[in-house]
Design a protein. Structure first.
Length: 215
């Protein structure tokens, strides 16, 4: 019995293997890009946040400058009050915000020139200080009050400390507010410097934006 030769199974034809997918193309499908609208929204949000941070920083800077200027005047007034008692002569502090002073307010002290028991004039200003350009000074309350014989000037405020602790002021009460900006309304934020009508005591405080103009 003869065995028939085993027939080989037909081989199915296979072409060359397809090339592997391009890595960059695969990556582009897996990492979707930003659309123009999305990028625009992100830029706008960043711009708004940057502006808010800048405005907040500028507000803090202006508030610090305003506080420093008001505190400096308080120190000057307190020193003048003590000097009047020590020298036994009147000492005047002048805050000049008139147009003649230019764009910036300034303040200084003046020692009285005395002949016998009379004040015949005032010495040259000392401790002259120009206020920062961003800070303005306004009268908070009271009426103009003139007692040294000179002509009243709009925007010029002064306090005369007498040796016996009495005080003369223009306006009366001497109550000024320091603020940054152009216009200030009663009750808005700022820093106050006040001289007591009777005691001559100098006070410095923050003027809270309460909407009222209390004393």
């Amino acid at each position: 019995m003869t065995s028939r030769p085993r027939q080989a199974k037909p081989q199915s034809w296979r072409g060359p293997d397809p090339p592997p997918p391009d890595a960059s193309a695969r990556g582009s499908r897996l990492r979707p890009g930003f659309t123009l609208l999305e990028m625009t929204v992100v830029v706008v949000i960043l711009a708004v946040l940057s502006l808010a941070v800048f405005q907040g920083f500028r507000g803090l800077t202006y508030d610090r400058k305003t506080r420093v200027e008001a505190s400096r005047l308080e120190t000057l007034l307190t020193a003048a009050r003590s000097r009047a008692g020590a020298l036994q002569i009147p000492v005047r502090v002048v805050v000049d915000c008139a147009k003649a002073a230019g764009d910036r307010c300034r303040y200084s002290t003046q020692r009285a020139l005395v002949s016998g028991s009379r004040v015949v004039g005032w010495a040259s200003p000392q401790d002259v200080h120009q206020v920062d350009r961003v800070v303005n000074i306004e009268l908070r309350s009271g009426e103009k009050f003139e007692s040294d014989g000179s002509t009243p000037l709009t925007g010029v405020y002064w306090t005369i400390f007498l040796p016996g602790r009495e005080v003369l002021t223009s306006p009366r009460p001497f109550d000024l507010v320091f603020f940054f900006g152009n216009d200030w309304k009663v009750g808005e934020a700022g820093y106050r410097v006040r001289v007591g009508n009777k005691s001559g005591r100098v006070s410095f405080m923050k003027n809270e934006p309460t909407g009222g103009g209390g004393a």
